[in-house]
Design a protein around this ligand. Structure first.
Ligand code: URA
Length: 432
């Protein structure tokens, strides 16, 4: 087999065979196929696409390129959740205890923040003592005993994807639905859960800018899971505004606690309930009505919050920060005020994420350390009426020199106009 012929086939719009795809991934992972040939193939895929069968084989080959977590001892009760990335997305912190309080087995590997988007592992590290690295034995024992563990992704999960993703990032080949779908699903499938719920974000703070693109990605990921013998469902959801009222690590943990205590932003709660419902329908075979009722009851009874405390304690975290969230260190606060009277008609969620990074809530380079106290509290969001000079957000930072730039960036990211905008949907579609 020659890489030259495979690139040419794809350039001519032909479907690659299973043998060709597996040969490419094995050769690229081993270092036998050079970056320039793989980049040419990625570009041909971007231009000519892949059939569902090709995408499933590519995913399977990347999934098998490194470690695969064996969760078979938990039967079919294991369930995972993945968000394609957004700003203020703390849903995993809320959904993991709800689902595990209701008997779903959540053995989850999560990522760190990337660019303007936050990451669950960074948020969990805001809780003093929380261990995001466990040995495989510790991880599985905790899952067995508590029903939930959330750690950082193992270094050797889907190494073919790691290499290919880095290459795509610098060759303008990220934007391809089959490449994104196979990249995400290779890691999720290698992480071992039988059922997977995907939250495909769409809008100004997301990879997918249109609802159509989001639905196409959701459909492909669900179909890949089915082709690989797992079950999946996807919600296609709004990321045109940051999710909830906080962006930044400790602030988002505090917001997750509030939701599990029956307080906080109703839209955030609604999305978390929908994600938890889909997870429980898949892993227990419950009807939507039954799952929805039990999710609401788990929050309202306090059981989901108590499960969060059990989970965090088991993983070394100091749960008094959950019961007394005022213990989280606060950074100095700086108000951002409305430039004019009117309605907020648009928020650029990506720009708000970047502003939060500049305050210390994320990393500009891999080597940067995160200030867990830094971030932004959103006091007014799209659709809200504001008076001129009224505070619309609070910036929290230990970097006073960053305040002026972040304030200007925030104001640039928010549009205030005379007429109220149309109400925005939260969940655009459910793909099963
Ligand atoms: N996230 C991934 O893991 N892979 C992609 O290709 C895009 C987003």
């Amino acid at each position: 087999m020659r890489m030259y012929d495979i690139i040419r086939h794809k350039r001519l719009g032909l479907a690659l065979t299973e043998e060709e795809l597996r040969w490419c991934i094995a050769g690229y992972t081993a270092g036998d196929i050079p970056d320039y040939q793989m980049a040419a193939l990625a570009m041909a895929v971007c231009l000519n696409g892949m059939t569902p069968a090709e995408t499933a084989v590519l995913t399977d080959a990347m999934m098998r390129s490194g470690d695969m977590v064996d969760l078979s001892r938990f039967g079919n009760a294991t369930v995972d959740k993945h968000s394609t990335g957004g700003v203020g997305d703390k849903t995993s912190l809320i959904v993991a205890p709800i689902v595990s309080a209701l008997g779903g087995v959540v053995a989850k590997m999560s990522g760190r923040g990337l660019g303007h988007t936050g990451g669950t592992v960074d948020k969990l590290e805001a809780i003093p003592g929380y261990r995001t690295e466990l040995t495989p034995e510790e991880f599985l024992t905790q899952v067995e005993q508590v029903g939930v563990a959330v750690i950082g992704q193992s270094g050797n999960l889907a190494p073919a994807d790691k290499k290919l993703y880095a290459l795509r990032d610098v060759t303008a080949t990220v934007d391809s639905v089959p490449l994104i779908a196979s990249s995400i699903m290779s890691k999720k499938l290698a992480a071992g859960a039988h059922s997977i719920v995907l939250d495909v974000k769409v809008g100004s703070g997301a990879f997918m800018k249109t609802r159509e693109e989001g639905e196409a990605l959701a459909r492909q990921m669900v179909d890949i899971a089915t082709a690989c013998g797992r079950q999946a469902a996807a919600l296609v959801t709004n990321m045109d505004v940051p999710l909830g009222e906080a962006v930044g690590n400790a602030l988002e943990v505090q917001e997750a606690i509030a939701i599990l205590q029956g307080k906080g932003d109703p839209k955030l709660r609604r999305l978390c309930e929908a994600l938890a419902r889909e997870m429980l329908c898949l892993c227990h075979g419950w009807s939507e009505e039954e799952a929805a009722g039990r999710v609401t009851a788990a929050i309202d009874s306090g059981e989901a919050f108590r499960q969060m405390c059990r989970w965090v304690t088991a993983q070394g975290g100091d749960a008094t920060y959950l019961t007394q969230p005022e213990k989280f260190p606060a950074a100095p606060a700086y108000p951002v005020c409305a430039p004019a009277e009117g309605y907020i008609t648009h928020m650029d969620a990506e720009a708000i994420g970047i502003a939060a990074v500049s305050l210390g809530a994320g990393r500009a380079t891999k080597a940067d350390t995160i200030d867990h106290a830094a971030g932004i509290r959103l006091l007014k969001k799209t659709g809200d009426r504001v008076a001129a000079g009224e505070p619309i957000a609070t910036l929290y930072t230990n970097r006073p020199a960053a305040v002026e730039g972040a304030t200007a960036a925030y104001l640039e990211a928010v549009t205030v106009e005379d007429t109220a905008p149309a109400a925005q949907e939260l969940i655009y579609a459910v793909v099963r």
